[in-house]
Design a protein around this ligand. Structure first.
Ligand code: RNT
Ligand code: ZN
Length: 417
């Protein structure tokens, strides 16, 4: 049976429970996910020795890592060609591209160091989001924005300010706002004597970063909290409460990374609360396995719950979805494709749910029916709608995309020695 025929049958089944599949696909078409460049090279970047610090880890040594801007761009292109829809690129400051012999330290970065990325994005119609890089740098060996060393702290404040200017340049050039997400690794391995002072310094540093004059309709600044990092297990300066209060007071965004909470705590449950108090919310979607391991995003229960909270609260235009993981143990381009396709699938699943009907059943206390229908829905012909979407967007349907990966691996990746 053709994909179109299967779609027609699925459409009828969904229509019978009040779900319009055409409408769902239209909404899905408008969704842009920010794809993180750092999956392509194990978070090494181009401006240093490539040693990843900051209490995060990319493990594995699968062949074919992108070693320079040209290779990374080619790999991103390959990935995007296998992902349905129009998306965005998420860059880190450490991915600055320097012309021959030139070098600028993180506090001296300028828009022109990202001109090649803008050109790349323009040609492909991508927006760009941005992240200051507060790790993998000699001045980040201990603390950054919360450093007691004023010289180090001001270096990193200047870095944050530089990143806002660069993001404004992205937004202006590309005609779409740029999210600047601030995450710092600062913390202590063991029980600190003073929990307040580092946070007071972080607060002051953020104030100084935000004091630069920037266009708030072009640049959205977000802060990303964390519970702990490797080697920093006892205390994290940028905790959830710290940033949630800071963001609320300053009118900036919170970014929730679902690997950054206690293992029994769910970001899906936090989304509606955030939506009641903030105009916009940013996400780093990842998959924590026992810790903040940043495994590839797959179509699992929490991903589906996250997607449901975005969709059924009509927040597709208020939640800025970005992915954040780095798996070096498998084909890195496949890792991107699986994560991006999984995120889109989860959103589609949520769009194909009779959300209003479920909400009214809940209101009437008919929770047995809610459970029954939620279980029945799992076996509706969801895959037929997804396949049709891929076909419409002219990307390979089902596992056909993997053939492209195999070809690229043997023709390109395995030659990178
Ligand atoms: C680290 C944070 C942060 C990084 C990226 C590379 O725990 O999740 O977002 O993963 O910025
Ligand atoms: Zn993150």
């Amino acid at each position: 049976m053709t994909t179109a025929r299967r779609y027609e049958e699925a459409k009828e089944r969904y229509a019978a429970i009040g779900v319009d599949t055409d409408e769902a696909l239209k909404k899905l078409s408008n969704v842009s996910i920010s794809m993180h460049c750092w999956q392509g090279d194990d978070v090494k970047g181009f401006d240093g020795d490539g040693v990843l610090t900051g209490g995060i880890q990319a493990t594995g040594d699968y062949p074919g890592r992108a070693r320079n801007p040209k290779e990374l761009m080619a790999d991103i292109d390959k990935a995007l060609s296998l992902i349905p829809g129009a998306h965005r690129l998420n860059l880190h400051a450490s991915y600055a591209i320097f012309e021959d012999g030139e070098f600028a330290d993180r506090d001296a970065l300028e828009p022109r160091h990202f001109a090649a990325w803008v050109e790349f994005a323009k040609e492909r119609g991508l927006g760009i989001d941005f992240n200051p890089t507060y790790f993998s740098h000699p001045k980040a060996s201990e603390f950054t924005l919360s450093s007691p060393d004023e010289e180090i702290r001001s270096f990193w404040i200047r870095h944050g300010q530089a990143c806002i200017r660069i993001a404004e340049y992205f937004a202006t050039e590309l005609g779409t706002p740029s999210l600047v997400n601030i995450w710092i690794p600062d913390g202590y391995k063991d029980i600190p004597a003073d929990r307040l002072s580092p946070r007071a310094r972080l607060k002051d540093s953020l104030d100084q970063i935000l004091s630069v004059d920037y266009d708030k309709s072009k640049v959205y600044v977000a802060v990303e909290s964390k519970v702990f990092g490797i080697g920093l297990e006892s205390y994290t300066v940028g905790s959830h409460e710290f940033y949630m209060n800071y963001a609320a007071q300053k009118g900036i965004l919170c970014l929730l990374d679902n690997g950054h909470y206690h293992p029994t705590e769910y970001v899906s449950d936090k989304i509606p609360s955030m939506l009641l108090f903030y105009d916009k919310l940013a996400l780093h979607v990842t998959r924590p396995v026992r810790w903040d391991s940043d495994h590839v995003v797959i179509y699992d229960d929490e991903l589906k719950e996250i997607a449901k909270e975005i969709v059924r609260n009509n927040a597709l235009d208020r939640v800025l979805i970005g992915l954040d993981y780095f798996d070096a143990s498998i084909n890195r381009i496949a890792a991107w494709v699986i994560g991006m396709r999984s995120m889109l699938k989860a959103l589609l699943y949520a769009l194909l749910t009779p959300n209003e009907k479920f909400a009214s059943l809940q209101k009437e206390g008919r929770m047995t029916e809610v459970m029954m229908m939620q279980e029945e829905l799992k076996f509706y012909p969801f895959a037929d709608v997804w396949d049709y979407f891929c076909e419409q967007k002219k990307v390979p349907v089902q596992n056909e995309w993997f053939r492209e990966i195999q070809k690229y691996e043997s023709e390109v990746l395995l030659k990178r020695k």
